[in-house]
Design a binder for this molecule. Structure first.
Ligand SMILES: Cc1cc2nc3c(=O)[nH]c(=O)nc-3n(C[C@H](O)[C@H](O)[C@H](O)COP(=O)(O)O)c2cc1C
Length: 222
C-alpha cells in the first residue's frame, strides 16, 4: 500500500511520475550498515528537479539499522523524519506489498538503486526469489533490462557473496559496493556519503551539480 500525499491520485502513482518527461526511480533500502548513504540519496533525489517520482521501499531490517545508526525509529512518517520535511515525490511502499505498481514490468521505471544492499537481499535477487517487494522489483528490472544498481555492503566477503555478485552482474545489474573515496578530501561523514551518492547518480544518468570530478576544476552537470 502506498503512503502518498493526499494530492496524488492512485493512477498517478501507478503510472510513475506525474510528468513522464521526469525520471522515475525505485530506491530500496535494506539492512546493511550505511543508513547515512540512504539518507544522502533521499536528500539528493528530493532536491533534483529532473526526478519526478521515487518509489521508496525499506526492509524491516533496514528500519532496525536506521534505529541503530540514525536514531530514527519506526515506519510512521519515516520520509519526513529522514528528510526533515514532507516530500511530494517520494512515496513509501510496503516491503511486503508484492501488488504495488513497481512489482509489474508495466510500471514505467528508469532505474532502481538498492542502497545499502545486504548480502541477504543480494542473494534473493541473484536467485530470483522475489519474496518481497524489493526482490520482486529488482527481478522486474532485470527481466525488463532496466538499470539496477546494487550498493552492496559487507566485509569480509565469503564465496557465496562473491558468486551472488557475479550472478547479478551476469544478469545485467551493476554491483556498486559502498566504498568511500578519499582523493576528494572529504571533511565529514556526510561528505563521504554525498560523494558516493553523486557517483551513483552519475552512473544512472543524473550527474549532480557540484559533484567532485578527478582532474577537472569544472563540476559535471553544471
Ligand atoms: C546494525 C546492523 C548492521 C548490519 N550490517 C550488515 C551489513 O553491513 N551487511 C549485510 O549484508 N548485513 C548486515 N546486517 C544483517 C542484515 O540486516 C540481515 O542479514 C537481514 O536479514 C537483511 O535483510 P534485508 O536484506 O531484507 O534487509 C546488519 C544488521 C544489523 C542489525
Amino acid at each position: 500500500m502506498a503512503i502518498a500525499p493526499a494530492s496524488r491520485s492512485t493512477s498517478e502513482i501507478a503510472s510513475g511520475s506525474a510528468n513522464p518527461a521526469l525520471t522515475t526511480l525505485i530506491l530500496a533500502v535494506t539492512g546493511a550498515s550505511g543508513s547515512i548513504f540512504a539518507i544522502e540519496m533521499l536528500r539528493a533525489l528530493e532536491a533534483d528537479d529532473r526526478v519526478g517520482r521515487v518509489h521508496l521501499v525499506i526492509s524491516p531490517s533496514a528500519l532496525r539499522v536506521f534505529a541503530e545508526e540514525a536514531a530514527v525509529a519506526g515506519r510512521n512518517l519515516l520520509v519526513e523524519k529522514l528528510l526533515g520535511k514532507a516530500s511530494q515525490k517520494i512515496v513509501l511502499l510496503a516491503h511486503e506489498d508484492i501488488g504495488a505498481p513497481i512489482a509489474s514490468g508495466s510500471c514505467p521505471i528508469d532505474a532502481m538503486v538498492v542502497l545499502p544492499c545486504s548480502m541477504g537481499t543480494l542473494a534473493g535477487i541473484a536467485h530470483g526469489l522475489a519474496e518481497n517487494l524489493i526482490e520482486r522489483a529488482a527481478d522486474v528490472c532485470l527481466k525488463e533490462r532496466r538499470r539496477l544498481v546494487l550498493c552492496v555492503r559487507e566485509t569480509p566477503l565469503n564465496l557465496i557473496h562473491l558468486r551472488n555478485m557475479a550472478a547479478v552482474t551476469e544478469a545485467g545489474a551493476t554491483v556498486y559496493p559502498v566504498i568511500p573515496t578519499f582523493y576528494n578530501h572529504p571533511q565529514s561523514v556526510e561528505d563521504i556519503a554525498r560523494n558516493y551518492v553523486h557517483r551513483i547518480l552519475q552512473h544512472i544518468g543524473l550527474p549532480q551539480a557540484g559533484a567532485y570530478a578527478w582532474g577537472s576544476d569544472e563540476a559535471p552537470g553544471t
